[in-house]
Design a protein around this ligand. Sequence first.
Ligand code: G3P
Ligand code: CA
Length: 298
Amino acid sequence: CALGGDSAARPRPLVIAHRGASGYRPEHTLAGYALAIEMGADLIEPDLQRSRDGVLVAMHDDTLQRTTDATERYPARNGAWRVADFDFAELRRLRVRPTGSATTGGLAADDPALRIPSFDEVAELARAAPRPVGLYPELKPADEAMVGLLVAALRRHGLARQADGQVHVQSFHDGALRAFVVAQRAAGLAATPVLLGTPGRSADGRLQLRVAGGRWLALDALDPAVQGLGVAIAQRTLPLDAAWVSGAQARGLRLHGWTFAQADPTLAAAEYARFLAMGLDGLFSNYPDLAVAAVARR
Ligand code: G3P
Ligand code: CA
């Protein structure tokens, strides 16, 4: 074990498949989530957008051009191709294309596993896994309708009935996360709320997090319902360090770092070792196999 301090006392860090196994398969596809499950990820991460007819779909961007063939399939469509301007049936006709280092892994371009999945399908895939696999949805649009749709979906799937960490809900929007907490309490749910942001320190050295809108929130003044922080690991100034991690953990917060995107196994191993030594509780990784191996080595 390369770690010092109280690492042995902490639970094993979680491997969170960022947008699926998105370094290998097109992000936010059932093909990518299935591979992440095969590779041993503890949780799979869908960013959430919603269709015009109110279906939650797994997608990062609020527009379709980067990851799908929308401009070819719907050439005249508003010129903007916003997810929220398309009904789910229309979104389903699109093909999700590989970006970055991802490939289709031999699947035909029109394979159903390369279509935009609904959140329901992602939840069903996790449920059908041969071992417990958690869900880590992110509220991208930060409005009441999104919160309502997510709570309804969790209820529909019988998820988050216990505070067992199998469902984490994340957002860069502290207001949306708060609204989620209120709504899930009313629904009798207990997903783990995680606030996303960039770690930093105030001029007088207090720990703080930069959230949506560029606002800095002091960790000491966070909503007590927040149970974890999803923190950027890559930044030029005020990088994450062991003191920041332990300071946040001393305030009862779990620390999950994003995004581990190094494909080279040797370079990735060094990066994981460095951040695991700081005591991170979870790793958002595009290459879940490399993260699983790093956690096993720690
Ligand atoms: O949710 C953690 C991380 O995924 C945030 O960045 O832009 O990939 O959603 P993004
Ligand atoms: Ca995300």
